[in-house]
Design a protein around this ligand. Structure first.
Ligand code: FES
Length: 145
């Protein structure tokens, strides 16, 4: 049911780990399945994402989509990274089974949450970035079922 690319990113995920003193960290979760994804961004002073790492406690599709998402954001500017959607992550993986589409949303939300954290830390506003809904720092989101 998974494409070769999904299987590849699932069995050999890229950019797994943490970044100490990251410019932005975003943690998001899916209340229904309980899966959690954390994304770390290292952004230089010109706004280019120099490094990215992730940790996922989740299903195979969540691992594969976060791995692909990190590949897509690396080297991009903050504005370019903001344009990466769950659709573009899925396309880059040659598709996901319909029941697994929600897993790719975690990847998009994790990028947004990390960018939000970066913007807050630096007291800047990123045009078009909205506060991620499932950021699990938001207590009320995590207790909703
Ligand atoms: Fe929850 Fe995939 S089943 S993220």
């Amino acid at each position: 049911m998974y494409t070769e690319k999904v299987m590849d990113h699932f069995s050999n995920p890229r950019n797994v780990g943490e970044i100490e003193n990251a410019s932005g960290v975003g943690t998001v979760g899916n209340a229904k399945c309980g899966d959690i994804m954390r994304m770390y961004l290292d952004i230089d002073e010109t706004g280019v994402i120099q490094d990215v790492k992730f940790k996922t406690f989740g299903c195979g599709a969540a691992v594969a989509t976060s791995s692909m998402a990190t590949e897509l954001v690396k080297g991009k500017t903050v504005e370019e990274a903001l344009k990466i959607t769950n659709k573009s992550v899925m396309e880059a993986l040659d598709g996901l089974p319909p029941v697994k589409v929600h897993c790719s949303l975690l990847a998009e939300e994790a990028i947004h949450a990390a960018l939000w954290d970066y913007a807050e830390k630096n007291n800047i506003k990123i045009e078009g970035l909205e506060k991620p809904k499932s950021d699990i720092h938001e207590e009320e989101e995590t207790i909703e079922y």
